[in-house]
Unconditional design. Structure first.
Length: 336
């Protein structure tokens, strides 16, 4: 039988029909899938937790401080410019230590707007007084956060940053003709701060007692004009050792770690006293004691760190007063 032109043979064209049907089904599935994907809600935005909010605030404050100090240093005279440059450098390192500013799209630079805008008038450059205000505020913020943040390691870092900022504020004040702030007042609590163990206290008791002996020897080997001040400092360390021993309930017990003598730095036992070396050694003892207190800031529970931070600051201030410059991160030798 002849077929009309353009008609299909059932036997010859069944595969073609099958292929067309399969293609139609596949297309429908693709279109349906597209519709489903288009109907899906956008992924939820990431909400920063309390730790990230604190970290970002700390990084932003340090970054702003660094930039302001850099600008102020451009027009400042010596020695103020040197201090401002130091503040900028330290602040950059502090920002990096907490991870820097958050970048939502790292490496992506937004395209400039096509709409022309008027060039804003540049504000006057900041001065040392403005930097000092920012520095003091940043120190207070870091100190407050160090006292309440749950993470002990972050608390220690923030306490170090607060201490470093206060020391820089003193340096800037002196460079501009002012007087450094008061030395921190230290009070040993009647009971150990929460989170601190008797073993922690025993190490601190011995460290304070040994520092007392160092100052006693320094007093004995010093001229009359500094002998009494050194003796007073020695008595202060001995008193703190006793107070911490009482707080830990180990005073006079078999676990009281205090000894009648301790190993002394070579500069204190040399036959000929070199004043520069002697006081460098004494400053080193104060720096070591500051590290001990800073380490305990990480151990103590939140809201129980104030007394430890005060002692940390006071020992670092004493170290600087003797003539040993504080590091970028006081109390944290592993960071420099």
């Amino acid at each position: 039988m002849r077929r009309a032109p353009g008609t299909l043979s059932r036997s010859a064209d069944a595969p073609t029909l099958v292929r067309l049907a399969v293609a139609a089904i596949a297309l429908a599935l693709v279109l349906t899938g597209c519709e489903l994907r288009l109907a899906e809600p956008d992924p939820p935005l990431l909400v920063p937790d309390a730790a990230e909010v604190l970290r970002e605030r700390t990084a932003e404050q340090a970054t702003v401080l660094a930039g302001t100090a850099e600008l102020a240093a451009l027009t400042a005279a010596e020695p103020v410019a040197d201090v401002l440059t130091r503040i900028a450098a330290v602040s950059r390192e502090q920002a990096a230590a907490v991870g820097g500013l958050y970048e939502p799209f790292p490496g992506v630079t937004p395209e400039p707007s096509a709409t022309p805008t008027a060039t804003p008038t540049a504000p006057p450059p900041p001065d040392a007084a403005q930097v000092l205000d920012l520095l003091t505020e940043a120190a207070a913020t870091a100190r407050a956060d160090a006292g309440t943040v749950p993470d002990g390691r972050m608390a220690r870092l923030l306490a170090s940053m607060a201490t470093g900022r206060l020391l820089l504020a003193d340096a800037l004040t002196v460079a501009t003709g002012g007087t450094a702030g008061p030395v921190a007042t230290v009070e040993v609590p009647s009971a150990l701060p929460a989170g601190m163990t008797a073993q922690d206290a025993a190490v601190l008791v011995q460290s304070e007692d040994a520092a007392g002996m160092v100052w006693e020897v320094a007093a004995a080997r010093s001229a009359d004009d500094v002998r009494q001040r050194a003796a007073d400092r020695a008595a202060l360390h001995r008193e703190r050792a006793q107070a911490w021993a009482e707080a830990a309930a180990i005073a006079g017990s078999g676990t009281d770690p205090r000894r009648s003598a301790y190993d002394l730095p070579d500069a204190l036992t040399a036959e000929v006293v070199e004043p520069t070396e002697l006081w460098a050694a004494v400053a080193g003892v104060e720096a070591d004691l500051a590290v001990a207190y800073a380490s305990l800031v990480a151990v103590a529970s939140a809201d129980s760190r104030d007394d430890l931070m005060d002692a940390f600051l006071e020992c670092t201030q004493t170290q600087v007063a003797i003539g040993m410059a504080a590091s970028t991160f006081p109390g944290m030798p592993e960071l420099g």
